[in-house]
Design a binder for this molecule. Structure first.
Ligand SMILES: Cc1cc2nc3c(=O)[nH]c(=O)nc-3n(C[C@H](O)[C@H](O)[C@H](O)COP(=O)(O)OP(=O)(O)OC[C@H]3O[C@@H](n4cnc5c(N)ncnc54)[C@H](O)[C@@H]3O)c2cc1C
Ligand code: FES
Ligand code: FES
Length: 1357
């Protein structure tokens, strides 16, 4: 029975369930409420910043007057619960689940293999569901049955703000596009629904049905009848004034007096950027004041209320741009809408207000886009201050001191210019906006944004600038500014190349970032590019006329410059193809089965550590870390008042029990400390854990804690590898893992005709960005025992570390890991300190303790990839054949060993991908005062494979040869391969790399495209293209792995393995292997057996010696361990089966197992797979061709196409392997092209948020993405002939970087043609990652000026 809302209570619905809360902390977010107070755990916490989309839910609001429901997605991590009075929330588990049936979105995600670790998937589903629900409301024509009204492009854009670190997005986009009415079903990728040869109709019919008429009811009927009254302010410190007068009197009332703190709030998304540590006494919600939510336009302009959301404003502008309301209004509306669609992701824009954005810009200097747009449009604002109402220009307001907390921004007016376009005056208004950002389609702050408008007249001799406004922002300035000097320099002038050239000089002087801003020169040069792009078309009157200056402003451009703006409007993925060569030899092994539990992951039902309900009395911890690289710790002061802020304790090394040790993690190379003792040894060193009654309280207390340091008499920290060498600070590399040299370097050098001596490469770090941050839960048990749940790739070592730290026998500890929300190596050594810290706190306090490390701390504390400095000398012949290579490699390992001693061997293994003739090296592991560097997918390998390519490119540059020829010249022969890899490949047929390279050249039309590209580059000045074909060779080693198979009474089967399901599909492969291996009793049973197998969580007391999950081989080793168990069971059961068959003529599996039970056959088997030396190591091969296009004006790189061929042997599951290949490739693109890992002068990681660390998104992956899994047949020493896929394909992404380098080279060649770069300057080095500033810098930050100088020189000749 529904109860009516008590007056003033907070009432809302979640998935149709009514919630009424008589009191609630007003600062609690929807996500915190859902995850801690309800059973709906599908929204996940990935960042808490609005930057990842893991927490997305659908919010629905009812308008009783219009009787309409409005549905929109929001980031629940930023949405305040109190703002949802009378609203309904739908989460992914509300769409469907395993009990009531999954939604077709879940099922299609599963069938398209679009969920790996699954942590991002519920948020993805909800972003997409929101688009789907809204599309159905539109008045587009009805789609064909089974489809929605969404278009393919809308389907892709729906998930544009969501991050996924595993899949590489392609399968997610495909799953979403299955709903689009305009999709060509033949274009959709590899999935488990369709068979080869299915017709289009069959394909549609096989998709899990979607019927829009049966869509979920997002707003329950009962809520409609409950009027959403204001919350009772005597109980909730939350006020929702409904008029200006009420707001005013509230601001003058005792709510805001007597020192009570209050906050004006709209969408609360500002807290994503400015982390809120302050607790407010009161909140004033501005959304119900009608004057603040207006949007209107008339002849004079547009007025937008401060609380209007960015999404609503965009929709309004889009509608507006369709109305022919004067060309100026139309132009402005169109440009503003287009620009603002790039602000954040849809789920942020849906609640973020225009006014909130402007206030953040005014008060806090936020690098806002809207502030710049409005400045460029000479907008005016209305304020309500304590003195009354005030109107002023936005520019005036920006120059005032930060607004006080009682001043309310009411609305903004964008004045329309009087439309003067007439054949008589030939006068026009131009308006354009610009932004270049790490991601072209949004969810990334701009390096510089700009909005320009000009009033120009077309005269006989050219274009006269009557008036011009140039606004720039976000470039490292307190607030957006007008470049007044440039405006003055241009106003009243007849535009010419010379005038423009002079104006651009003053742009560079006007747009100067403040000290401390990253890439300052790039930002200034970007401003120049924008002005050039805006005005250059007007310097050439005939062109300007021919492109329609007289007809309209929108398409004013000349061909060359417009290329870049067109490029920036491109849609996302244009096509993809997956080729899979599967085999039925070991059926069901080899089948592209969908991932176990994928639909469940999509629905958010899959349980991760933080989804385990907190036990009673549970406490929460957060790390305090050092911000100094080397300092004594004198004390820790909590800013908060312990009791009122819920803090229970601060745990340091002093709390380690006697008999225990300061051990946080254990690797094969020894233990590493949990806490800094009296001395912090790096910025990011863990000093303590604050334990409090909630995660939020713990986080706030840790964030605001003051650590007292003393640096006197300690010496200076070692921060670089050079300093480490100077001070001989090294970590020993055990001789057993130090790699071996090949051949005689001096002899090889003597054979060389050319030499490069002591060239240098530097590579920085990288962060794993697993979507689930580090987390653990420790629960004390009887007799000093402890059960610890952890998200770990190595529970066995976590177990040992905890026992060591607590000083208890290992049998006191039980560590359980069910699944990991992404690991990529970061949850080996990196996860253990979290579980150990939890266990220590739980041990001391005798209460359960959990830690869910927030994203910023996780990024700072966890370390990352190993930075390197490499100096190489190489000898080669004129043919390009390299005869000798020597490298001095300095690896920055950070402060502790972790797993660093194996990195040198990984580096050398992957470096050996070419035949260097002779290879010698000196590798040093430098011990420095930075966070311990750790394993990250393809650790050392990815750097080494890239180093090899740099050397090849260097050689080719000096010889002026095609890079591809030099690559070919140095590819291994079968003999040289075995020389370099110690006879690892037994059979010449197994060395598939040369044939892969040939095949790829054909399938990707490499040579034809290379030719076409030359022509493209000759014709285009502002866009340059490059293409590159790169081989990889990757050695892996198998590890001993345990397995356990138990058959239960009903014939269902439980499997335990050492390997952990981290998204890589291990459980799926193990399940297939179990069915195959038990199916050897009777092959016709194998198919049905698959469904009977359940792989369960790793429990360190149930299966011991689990080892660590990594190095790409754990799935196959786990499969082999299970096969060994099954062999034992088959041996036990086969005689009985024969007996039963003889007795009854036939027998089925359930009968066999029933009889086996009766006859006391042991139905459980254990194994420990220890690979023989012949099968221990092997090589993997693959190659990729990538083509890119760079925008010389901005440095933006677009990956036009990537083609991959990868040899999986006989894939155990091609669907899973395809996911690994595509996902690893995209992660590699992140390393090579996107992810800037920045530290301050103390070595503290400062790009520690989703705002600053940009992993690939759907708009940064190849537009054409083709992957081919090669089945290279039988491999006798492999697990059912299969080969690894987890890490090697990541290296293939070097092809994108190499192609970018080729494109940059084309830009530099252009400069040479203009005589602006000496032809003798052939060498240049393109940094990794090749982010926009890097690309533009190498193209020449003054490329535009040089272009104009060339023009001027031509004109004067
Ligand atoms: C992930 C993410 C990415 C983003 N990317 C971009 C981007 O690329 N470009 C860009 O321009 N912006 C970006 N933003 C900023 C975003 O536009 C703002 O966070 C948002 O517009 C703020 O609106 P809000 O309603 O959530 O404000 P709130 O968070 O509710 O408020 C923000 C601040 O303004 C005050 N305030 C709000 N309204 C008023 C008012 N009417 N009068 C006085 N004070 C007021 C509040 O007290 C608070 O101090 C991003 C934000 C996020 C979270
Ligand atoms: S957790 Fe909310 S957007 Fe990342
Ligand atoms: S499946 Fe997307 S983050 Fe793992």
């Amino acid at each position: 029975m529904e109860t009516r809302q008590k007056k003033g209570n907070l009432v809302f619905a979640v998935n149709g369930e009514r919630f009424e809360l008589p009191w609630v902390d007003p600062s609690i977010t929807l996500l915190q409420f859902l995850r801690s107070e309800t059973c709906f755990k599908s929204p996940k916490l990935g960042c808490g910043e609005g930057g990842c989309g893991a927490c997305v839910v659908l919010v629905s609001k009812y308008d009783p007057k219009l009787k309409k429901v409005e549905d929109f997605s929001v980031s629940s991590c930023l949405t305040l619960l109190c703002s949802l009075n009378g609203h309904s929330i739908t989460t992914s588990d509300g769409l469907g689940n395993s009990r009531d049936g999954f939604h077709s979105i879940h099922e299609r995600f599963a069938g398209f293999h679009a969920s790996q670790c699954g942590f991002c998937t519920p948020g993805m589903c909800m972003s997409f569901f929101s688009a789907l629900v809204n599309a159905e409301k539109g008045n587009k024509p009805d789609p064909p049955p089974g489809f929605s009204k969404l278009t393919s492009s809308e389907a892709e854009k729906a998930i544009a703000g969501n991050l996924c670190r595993c899949t590489g997005y392609r399968p997610i986009a495909d799953a979403c596009k299955t709903f689009a009415a305009d999709v060509d079903i033949e274009d959709l990728g590899f999935n488990s629904f369709w068979k080869k040869g299915d017709s289009k109709e069959m394909k549609v019919s096989k998709l899990p049905p979607y019927d829009p008429t049966k869509n979920i009811c997002t707003y329950p009927e009962f809520l409609k009848s409950e009027s959403a009254t204001n919350l009772d302010s005597s109980r909730y410190p939350w006020y929702s004034p409904v008029s200006i007068e009420e707001l005013q009197s509230l601001l003058n009332s005792n709510v805001t007096e007597n020192g009570a703190s209050f906050k004006l709030v709209v969408g609360n998304t500002g807290t994503g950027y400015y982390k809120e540590t302050h607790r407010y006494d009161h909140y004033i919600d501005l959304r119900h004041v009608p004057e603040l939510s207006i949007i209107k336009r008339d002849q004079t302009g547009i007025e937008v209320g401060a609380t209007v959301t960015i999404s609503k404003f965009i929709s309004f502008l889009k509608e507006e741009s369709k109305i022919n309301f004067g060309s100026y209004g139309k132009l402005v509306s169109e440009k503003l809408a287009y620009h603002m669609e790039k602000i954040a992701g849809p789920f942020v824009r849906n609640s973020a207000s225009v006014g909130g954005n402007l206030v953040m810009a005014q008060k806090n200097g936020f690098p806002s886009d809207i502030a710049t747009l409005f400045l460029g449009l000479c907008a005016t604002v209305s304020l309500m201050t304590s003195h009354g109402l005030e109107k002023l220009t936005w520019e005036e307001l920006l120059s005032r001191p930060p607004l006080d907390s009682r001043t309310v921004l009411l609305s903004v007016c964008i004045p329309f210019k009087r439309d003067q376009s007439s054949p008589h005056t030939h006068s026009k208004f131009l308006f354009e906006t610009y932004r270049a950002a790490p991601r072209p389609h949004g969810n990334a702050l701009a390096y510089v944004n700009a909005a320009f408008q000009a009033d120009v007249s077309l005269c006989k001799n050219g274009v006269l600038i009557n008036n011009i406004q140039l606004a720039f922002g976000a470039y490292g300035t307190k607030h957006a500014t007008r470049a007044k000097k440039v405006e003055e320099c241009l106003a009243g002038k007849m535009l010419s190349v010379h005038v423009l050239y002079e104006a651009l000089k003053s742009v560079k002087l006007a747009v100067v970032p403040e000290d401390g801003t990253s890439h300052p020169e790039y930002r200034s040069s970007l401003a120049v590019s924008y002005v050039f792009e805006f005005l250059y078309p007007l310097t050439d009157v005939p062109s300007a006329i021919s492109v329609g200056l007289l007809d309209g402003i929108n398409d004013i451009s000349v061909e060359e410059v417009s290329e870049s703006s067109k490029g920036r409007k491109q849609t996302l993925l244009s096509s993809s193809k997956q080729v899979v060569e599967s085999s039925t030899e070991y059926y069901p092994v080899g089948e592209p089965m969908k991932k176990v539990g994928a639909a469940m992951q999509a629905a958010g039902e899959a349980v991760y550590v933080d989804d385990i309900p907190s036990p009673p009395n549970c406490l929460h911890g957060a790390f305090i870390y050092s911000t100094k690289p080397l300092a004594s710790i004198k004390g820790i002061q909590l800013e908060s008042n312990r009791l009122t802020d819920g803090v229970t304790d601060v745990i340091t090394f002093k709390d380690i029990p006697s008999g225990g040790a300061n051990v946080g993690s254990i690797t094969p190379f020894g233990p590493n400390p949990l806490f800094a003792d009296d001395l912090a040894r790096c910025a990011g060193d863990r000093i303590a854990v604050v334990v409090a009654d909630s995660q939020r309280s713990a986080d706030v207390a840790a964030r605001t804690a003051l650590v007292e340091y003393d640096t006197a008499n300690i010496g200076s920290p070692i921060l670089t590898v050079e300093e480490a060498v100077e001070k001989s600070s090294f970590i020993q590399i055990p001789p057993s893992v130090y790699p071996k040299q090949v051949g005689d370097f001096s002899k090889g050098m003597a054979e060389a005709v050319h030499k490069i001596l002591s060239a240098e490469i530097r590579l920085g770090s990288g962060y794993h960005f697993y979507m689930e941050t580090q987390t653990a839960l420790a629960i004390p048990d009887e007799d000093k025992c402890m059960v610890v749940y952890t998200s770990s790739q190595s529970p066995e070592n976590a177990h040992r570390a905890i026992a060591n730290c607590l000083g208890v026998p290992e049998h006191n500890i039980r560590v359980i890991t069910r699944r990991v929300g992404g690991g990529f190596g970061g949850k080996q050594g990196g996860a253990m300190p979290i579980s150990t810290a939890c266990a220590l706190a739980a041990y001391k306090l005798g209460r359960p303790v959990r830690i869910y490390v927030n994203r910023n701390t996780d990024m700072i504390v966890t370390g990352g990839r190993h930075p390197m400095k490499v100096t190489y000398s190489v000898g080669f012949k004129s043919s390009g054949k390299i005869t000798a290579l020597h490298l001095d490699i300095l690896i920055n390992a950070g402060i502790t060993k972790d797993l660093s001693p194996i990195i040198p061997s990984y580096v050398i293994k992957s470096l050996k991908k070419y035949n260097w003739g002779a290879l010698s090296f000196d590798v040093k592991l430098c011990k420095t005062n930075v966070t311990s560097k750790t394993i990250m997918r393809a650790p050392g390998d990815v750097q080494a494979s890239y180093i090899a390519e740099v050397i090849i490119e260097h050689v080719s540059t000096l010889l002026s040869m095609e890079v591809d020829s030099v690559r070919n010249e140095n590819l291994h022969t079968f003999e040289s391969l075995n020389l370099f890899y110690d006879n690892i490949v037994a059979d010449v047929g197994e060395y598939t790399l040369p044939s892969i390279m040939d095949k790829l050249a054909v399938s990707s039309s490499f040579f034809q495209r290379s030719k076409m590209l030359e022509q493209f580059n000759q014709k285009n000045t502002w866009k340059k293209r490059g293409i590159s074909r790169v081989p990889i060779l990757f050695e892996v080693t198998q590890s001993p792995t345990p397995g356990k198979v138990s058959i239960l009474q009903d014939g269902s089967i439980v499997v335990e393995v050492g390997g952990i399901e981290i998204g890589q599909g291990l459980w799926t492969k193990v399940r297939q292997m179990t069915a195959y291996a038990l199916g050897l009793i009777e092959s016709s049973w194998a198919k049905d057996l698959v469904e009977k197998v359940r792989v369960i969580q790793a429990d360190t007391l149930s299966v011991v010696q689990g080892g660590l999950t990594g190095a790409s081989t754990t799935s196959e080793s786990s499969c082999e361990a299970v096969r060994l168990c099954c062999n034992v069971l088959v041996e036990r059961l086969t005689p009985l089966k024969k007996e039963l068959q003889e007795q009854n003529g036939s027998v089925d599996w359930p009968t066999l197992i029933r009889q086996a039970q009766k006859q006391a056959v042991n139905l459980a088997a254990n194994s420990y797979y220890v690979p023989e030396s012949s099968s221990l190591r092997y090589l993997n091969f693959g190659a990729a061709v990538s083509e890119v296009e760079i925008d010389v004006l901005t440095g933006q790189t677009t990956i036009l196409q990537s083609d991959i061929i990868y040899d999986c042997g006989q894939s155990l599951n091609p669907a899973v392997d395809m996911g690994q290949i595509e996902g690893a490739f995209i992660q590699g693109i992140g390393f090579f092209m996107n992810e800037e890992y920045l530290t301050n002068e103390d070595g503290l990681m400062v790009s520690n948020s989703t705002f600053t660390y940009k992993i690939p998104t759907i708009d940064t992956i190849p537009q054409n993405f083709n992957a081919h899994i090669l089945n290279s047949g039988h491999h006798k020493n492999r697990v059912l002939s299969s080969k690894a896929s987890g890490e090697p394909p990541l290296l293939l992404a070097a092809s994108v970087h190499c192609a970018t380098r080729a494109a940059v080279k084309a830009a530099r060649d252009q400069l040479k043609l203009w005589g602006k770069l000496d032809w003798s300057v052939s060498e240049f080095y393109l940094d990794v990652p090749a982010i926009l500033p890097v690309v533009k810098t190498q193209c020449g930050l003054d490329y535009v000026e040089k272009y104009l100088e060339n023009l001027l020189a031509q004109k004067s000749n």
